[in-house]
Write a new protein. Sequence first.
Length: 194
Amino acid sequence: MRDQLIRIATDKATNTRDKDLKDTVRAYLEKITDDKLDSKSEIALILLPYILSLQPSRKKSGTLAWKPSRSEVRDGFITHVTCAGDVRSTIQERKNKLTRLGRTFQPLIIVVGESIVTYSVCHVIINDTIYQLPTLLKAVDTAFQIFHATGAKYPSESEDVWLVVQRLLYSIETKFDRLNQTVSSLLAEFNLLQ
């Protein structure tokens, strides 16, 4: 699956007119290395927000309409900070922003390091508790399990990304899944729609 995701990202970078998207996807693809065991799998996950088309965040009563940017979608899935000292302030900034938008803080992945690819540590944040995990794959797995064990909702800006993770990596379908055209199209490429 990761190879197919990387192929889809490569095709998107080749066919898009969006120069920033093209440059970002290509930069991530260049970071794939044989030196790191899970490099390809991690890059495939990081590329998910760039593969999916941007969608307005679903509006709930009492909330502001919000069409998140690509970087907001990525940060709702995996947030990157360069130093450990920025973790708590990033969490607080996110909580403040979500409050302004009438949304709630959901479990979050934060990676610390030079870049989102060359990280030194990964965290999963639930409310005010910070869990440290050894790899990005472990962080995504842990966050996913937390969402399902606690009944938490996926962050609204990255809901599509998490739905792809849920369906593609875990083969889980629930009655709460709200698949839009973008997610359905990607899942269809993996023959995951009936």
